[in-house]
Write a protein that binds this ligand. Structure first.
Ligand code: AHG
Ligand code: MN
Ligand code: MN
Length: 364
């Protein structure tokens, strides 16, 4: 399609808004500010060593560590700053929360407060940044609780503890060979590619759908000894391929950038698993509910896929803290449902499965 015929992100948002004649335009303006933040981060990521932004972020006492106990990269901190500065001023937000900030961010007093909350992972997959592998930013938009909006009071952690099903919008930017923005405003999923000449996100992937069937799975197999039986069973059956109960060969991928895996799955199907495991019982999973699992969960569901903890639909999990971790499985619907089914079958049944007991590649 000629470039002149493609919609820009701005045009797309304005056309979407026509469905809600009473909408103020705040939401669209917020998304455009987020998109600008993503363009700025894309530039910083693309410059790499030339921009002096690779490596760990250091403070007075050496490398800095976020609330998760993870060493922060320079680009984690810079991306967080870009998200804040590009969105705090406009009067659309009542507050923000991010992987890189222990507490909710309050909109500074000199700016008006608005009706949305922005929750984000400013740079996902940042362990990949120094090796030039794709990373991205993930975001989720919630509403400020009515009473807080009315009073204009500071936001609290509790204000953010909303079900994934209550998200107004979710999306991510992927800084890969091309920069893309993939967005849902609750009416399907649309993908935009950054035209570097125009500096505009152009609609290139309208109405993305996740294929229901797949033969591709993604999991960090180095954790296999910590997996729970339903996960071991599922992976074993995939590995058994044509000769096993699944009667087809599977392919495996692991990028260690969840946002890049989510994108691959939106494009061609597949299943991603970072399940709850027994590695560290104080951590119920690796990934975080509010700014990783919920936005990706909304995108998957809006594209006809599914996202789950393995036991429960992700979007129905009641959050209990800002940085809560959760087991996460998402992707092609039939595979996610299969894994959920395995979680409901009694463990004895799983262990007595001949494939699991005799031929398991991951048997303890
Ligand atoms: P982040 O960089 O925001 O901390 O997230 C990294 C996440 C996710 O992107 C990826 O899937 C996972 O960590 C990789 O974990 P492993 O290092 O265990 O493979
Ligand atoms: Mn992340
Ligand atoms: Mn991150």
């Amino acid at each position: 399609m000629p470039l002149s015929h493609r919609s820009t992100l701005t045009q797309f948002l304005i056309e979407e808004r026509r469905r809600f004649p009473s909408a103020s335009g705040d939401f669209n303006a917020l998304i455009l500010d987020v998109a600008l933040a993503c363009k700025a981060i894309a530039r910083a990521v693309a410059l790499g060593e030339l921009g002096g932004t690779l490596g760990n972020h250091t403070g007075e006492n050496g490398d800095t560590v976020n609330v998760q106990g993870e060493t922060q990269k320079k680009l984690d901190v810079l991306s967080n700053e870009v998200f804040i500065r590009r969105t705090e001023w406009a009067g659309h937000l009542g507050g923000m929360a991010s992987e890189e900030m222990d507490l909710p961010y309050q909109i500074p007093a000199q700016y008006p407060r608005g009706k949305y909350l922005l929750v984000f992972d400013p740079l996902d997959g940042s362990s990949n940044i120094d090796v030039n592998v794709s990373v991205g930013s993930i975001f989720s938009v919630l509403r400020v609780p009515k009473e807080a909006e009315k009073s204009g009071r500071d936001v609290t952690e509790t204000d953010f503890l909303q079900l994934g099903a209550q998200q107004v919008a979710a999306g991510y930017a992927l800084y890969g060979p091309t920069t893309m923005l993939v967005l849902t405003v609750g009416d399907g999923v649309n993908g935009f590619t950054l035209d570097p000449n125009l500096g505009e996100f152009m609609l290139t992937h309208p109405k993305i759908r996740v294929p229901e069937e797949t033969h591709e799975f993604a999991i960090n197999a180095s954790n296999s000894r910590f997996w729970e039986p339903p996960v071991k069973r599922y992976v074993d059956e995939c590995l058994a391929g044509k000769t096993g109960v699944r009667a087809k060969d599977f392919n495996m991928r692991w990028i260690a950038s969840m946002v890049a895996e989510a994108h691959r799955i939106l494009m061609r199907g597949g299943v991603f698993m970072y399940p709850r495991d027994t590695k560290d019982l104080s951590k119920p999973g690796r990934l975080r509910l509010l700014y990783e699992a919920n936005p990706i969960g909304m995108l998957m569901e809006q594209a006809g896929g599914r996202a789950s903890t393995g036991r429960q639909a992700m979007l129905s999990v009641q959050p209990t803290s800002l940085h809560q971790r959760v087991g996460l499985v998402f992707g092609s619907k039939n595979e996610v449902e299969r894994l959920e089914r395995y979680h409901t079958e009694p463990v004895e049944e799983v262990l007595s499965n001949p494939l699991f007991a005799e031929r398991s590649l991951f048997r303890e």
